[in-house]
Design a protein around this ligand. Structure first.
Ligand code: FAD
Ligand code: DLZ
Ligand code: SF4
Length: 512
């Protein structure tokens, strides 16, 4: 029986379920670079080059194993422009008895593929994506009947299920979570290690040229491209991280420093999301570094929690709550995303630095995404659709299943508390505590009102006042709301006016 097997751009794993029973003598693997996927959001140029290069390299890897690959390039004359169009074209050209694919990561494409399967006129088998550590079923079972879904409890279940960092039935070291030890500001005299960036191979260079030619008006620069586009390159990046960087990951996990994009982070989300690295294997190997006495528990637990906990949790939430999750706007945020998110032209030193690394590297680390650009969008009341669009457009690791719960849920609280128990709203004091940004900034982080004051300060109390009816009963916000009440009505009005003036001056005006 001859089978047409679809492999999508983020399904570049050797053990993909769609390839499990592949018979190289008669089957064909279909891989297609298509306009629909390249433009449904205006992805960063580095992301496009990364996906195309990794797809092309993977096709060669499969061919090297004797697999027949039907590979469609983005500029092939007959390219129909969509995955379903390419499936239809392949079926017209060949004699296949069935189509096999692995479920895709995003709701949008899943719907197109389901519609295709219905009208295909031959059996289409959609298999579970087994590269995730938790199945949909496991997540649903865990979520069922719970009034609140909290990552921490899901993570404990995953630790028990995998045995990772367990000592019998107890957590290694006696605690599940060492986050409290992972919130240090970068100490004076400590500098982040040199990082292994991967020089683009010949295939990546060709993909970069294609992207510049065809998508030259997309956001971002290709100059700093240093992402792994093969499994071997991804392995080299991971090895370097585990040996030279992981031991200090915990201490400086939340720290930020001007011009230091990478700090002690893994730089591996691009590879895991594409399928070049396996998340469970990454966790096990991080644990082995701890067991060998080469990295402390706070570092290794903190790192493993991001993958075994957060990554699996947000994926579970996305599929449990989509598609209605995509329309959530709990705080009724209704403002435009300021232009400086794209241009970087702002006097806010923290924001300018994050937009710059985002433009140059298609990367910013988690705290920069959450507490600088995310926090500002939250305080400004930017509409979640515009914020989601920005995060999808600017990061090389962006896929809706992971981007949306992080943005709409964690950063914007637009889901009303599904992902997090409170909004991560913070004044400039947080950024000052965790970074060296404020010293060189034209705004004064100690000042609370007026043109010279830090915008995060000007916005913070106005945000709480504006959302009083929605947030004041949140127990985790009891303290700031008690303070707000004590201010009295006149001061609350003044704080609201201060925030409004700041929103206007920063360009977060109402959407027309
Ligand atoms: P590390 O800090 O070294 O973490 C190790 C790994 O843990 C990451 O590679 C990633 O696979 C996983 N991880 C860490 N935090 C998270 C998280 N919150 N959710 C899911 N996985 C996590 N991550 C994406 O992969 N794609 C996105 O589109 C994305 N959008 C985000 C948007 C916002 C607003 C925020 C706050 C976070 C977003 N994240 C996203 C999560 C996180 O910021 C990135 O995974 C991380 O910065 C990637 O860099 P790293 O590999 O150096 O991560
Ligand atoms: C992200 C992406 C891009 C930019 N291009 C392609 C492509 O041309 N062909 C393809 O098969 N996949 C691409 N992808 C990845 C898909 O968008 C991804 O599989 C879905 O969004 C589901 O996660
Ligand atoms: Fe950012 Fe405010 Fe500090 Fe300037 S003063 S760097 S705007 S937190």
């Amino acid at each position: 029986m001859s089978v047409l097997r679809l492999v999508l751009g983020d399904q570049l794993s050797d053990d993909l379920s769609a390839l499990k029973d592949l018979n190289p003598d008669v089957d064909t693997v279909l891989m297609a670079e298509v306009r629909d996927e390249a433009t449904y959001v205006r992805h960063h140029k580095q992301k496009l080059a990364l996906v195309f290069a990794a797809m092309r390299n993977h096709a060669e890897r499969l061919r090297g194993r004797g697999v027949n690959v039907r590979y469609v390039r983005i500029d092939d004359a007959d390219n129909s422009g969509s995955i379903t169009g390419e499936l239809a074209r392949a079926l017209d050209d060949g004699a296949y008895e069935t189509v096999v694919m692995t479920e895709c990561g995003e709701w949008r494409l899943a719907e197109h593929l389901a519609a295709f399967a219905e009208g295909a006129g031959l059996p289409v088998e959609i298999r579970e994506d087994r590269r995730f550590i938790s199945s949909h079923d496991r997540f649903r079972r865990w979520a069922s009947g719970k009034s609140q879904l909290r990552m921490e409890f899901f993570y404990r279940e995953m630790r028990r299920a995998t045995g990772i960092l367990m000592d019998g039935d107890q957590p290694e070291g006696g605690r599940w979570n060492y986050d409290a030890e992972n919130r240090k500001k970068l100490a004076k005299g400590v500098t982040p290690p040199d990082r292994l960036r991967i020089p683009p191979n010949a295939v990546a260079r060709e993909a970069m040229a294609d992207v510049e030619r065809l998508f030259g008006d997309h956001f971002g620069s290709l100059d700093g491209f240093g992402w792994a586009t093969t499994a071997e390159e991804a392995e080299a990046s991971l090895k370097h991280f585990l040996k030279d960087v992981l031991p200090s990951f915990g201490d400086w996990q939340d720290a930020m420093a001007e011009g230091q994009s990478w700090m002690w982070h893994g730089l591996i989300s691009t590879s895991i999301n594409l399928g070049l690295l396996d998340p469970l294997d990454v966790c096990k190997r991080a644990e082995a570094v701890y067991r060998a006495g080469k990295a402390p528990l706070n570092a290794v637990e903190g790192f493993i929690r991001q993958i075994l906990g957060w990554r699996e949790f947000v994926r579970g939430i996305y599929w449990l709550k989509a598609p209605e999750y995509r329309a959530r706007n709990f705080l009724d945020a209704d403002r435009k995303l300021p232009w400086f998110y794209w241009s970087g032209e702002t006097d806010m030193a923290c924001v300018a630095d994050v937009v710059e690394t985002t433009r140059d590297n298609a990367y910013a680390h988690h705290i920069q995404r959450l507490m600088v650009t995310g926090n500002l969008a939250l305080l400004l009341g930017v509409h979640p659709d515009q914020v989601d669009d920005w995060y999808m457009c600017v990061y090389a690791d962006a896929y809706e299943w992971v981007e949306m719960p992080n943005t709409r849920g964690m950063a914007l609280f637009a889901d009303g508390g599904i992902v997090g128990s409170k909004p991560y709203a913070a004044s400039g004091a947080y950024i000052d505590r965790m970074s060296d940004y404020c010293g060189a900034c034209r705004y004064d982080v100690k000042s609370k009102s007026g043109d010279a004051a830090c915008p995060f300060n000007r916005l913070y109390w106005g945000f709480l006042e504006r959302n009083r009816s929605r947030l004041r009963d949140n127990v985790r916000l009891a303290m700031p709301y008690r303070t707000l009440e004590k201010f009295g009505e006149a001061k609350r009005k003044a704080l609201a006016a201060e925030a409004e003036a700041c929103r206007t001056v920063l360009g977060a005006t109402p959407i027309d």
